[in-house]
Design a binder for this molecule. Structure first.
Ligand code: C2E
Ligand code: MG
Ligand code: MG
Ligand code: MG
Length: 267
């Protein structure tokens, strides 16, 4: 064992204990980012994004702790918390009189390998009394690549619950069109990296056009992610992209803030 390896190991163990405590102390929070349908000018969905609200350090982004949670098996416990909170929050918004909407949560590839995952989703939907069509599970291409056969079966099983499935960050990796036609995805999200240089990069414009065309042919909803500028919005509109998400509309918001956003947008 090299000294660096040992240092990393002990760092991971420390972080694991901290994450466990954070789960016990309910230090995680969900932020919500709306997806806007430009045609109807309405919110078409909301993505839940987890943060760790550390008592001393403040809000910590998921990029800083998801990997450790995955390495230490805590991801299933954290994932369960996220799912439960997102379903309950969505139900609460409906009880406040906001229209039925779909909430998306992000799944780690590790969650898909948990044989109890489907039963857990079923149980949480029942307990929160949320219709399955009000829940969407976002999966990245990496998750499929890691275990193609098993993931395929898991996705088919999950689809049977009536939830929606979304392919996240499409266009950032291999962008295998095969997945879109063979797996039961209802949504594909165009990766931020494609949108970033959209206005001056012909390669990205072609890629986005292809994704939109495939979405249309297969009747899959296409959402552009990470839309920040008016210029990106105009380019996407010209390519007939209808649904978008990004800082141009708003950063991810707290539950309280997003209900205010809903009220503004509906009027
Ligand atoms: P993602 O699912 O692709 O989420 C989009 C990320 O882009 C979010 O970062 C969001 O805050 C950010 N974003 C949104 N609009 C814009 C924009 O216009 N410009 C830019 N530059 N960024 C924008 P966040 O919240 O830090 O999450 C990062 C990643 O962490 C997510 O990527 C997702 O893969 C993962 N993640 C977040 N929440 C969860 C969770 O509950 N469970 C799991 N397993 N992973 C999660
Ligand atoms: Mg996502
Ligand atoms: Mg994404
Ligand atoms: Mg991502």
């Amino acid at each position: 064992m090299t000294p660096t390896y040992m240092a990393t190991e002990s760092k991971i163990l420390k972080m694991k204990t901290a994450l466990e405590q954070a789960l016990d102390n309910e230090e995680f929070v969900l932020y919500y980012q709306p997806q806007i349908n430009l045609e109807t000018a309405k919110v078409s969905g909301v993505e839940a994004l987890v943060r760790w609200n550390h008592p001393q350090l403040g809000l910590i982004s998921p990029d800083k702790f998801i990997t450790v949670a995955e390495k230490t098996d805590l991801i299933n416990r954290l994932g369960r918390w996220v799912l439960n909170r997102a379903c309950r929050e969505n139900q609460a918004w409906q009880n406040l009189g906001f229209p039925l909407m779909t909430i998306s949560i992000n799944l780690s590839p590790f969650q898909l390998q948990d044989p109890n995952f489907k039963d857990m989703v079923k149980q949480i939907l029942e307990q929160s009394e949320l219709p399955p069509t009000c829940l969407e599970l976002e999966i990245t291409e990496e998750a499929i690549l890691a275990h193609p056969e098993m993931t395929h079966q898991t996705l088919v099983n999950l689809k049977q619950l009536g939830v929606y499935l979304s392919l996240d960050d499409f266009g950032s990796g291999y962008s295998c069109l095969n997945y879109l036609s063979r797996l039961p995805f209802g949504t594909v999200k165009i990766a931020q990296s494609c949108i970033k240089n959209l206005t001056n990069d012909y390669h990205n414009i072609s890629l986005v056009s292809v994704i939109l065309a495939v979405g249309k042919t297969l009747d899959i909803r296409v959402v552009a992610e990470g839309v920040e500028t008016q210029q990106q919005l105009e380019t996407l509109k010209n390519l007939h992209c209808r649904e978008m998400q990004g800082y141009y509309f708003t950063q991810p918001l707290t539950s309280e803030e997003i209900t205010k956003f809903f009220s503004l947008y509906e009027r």
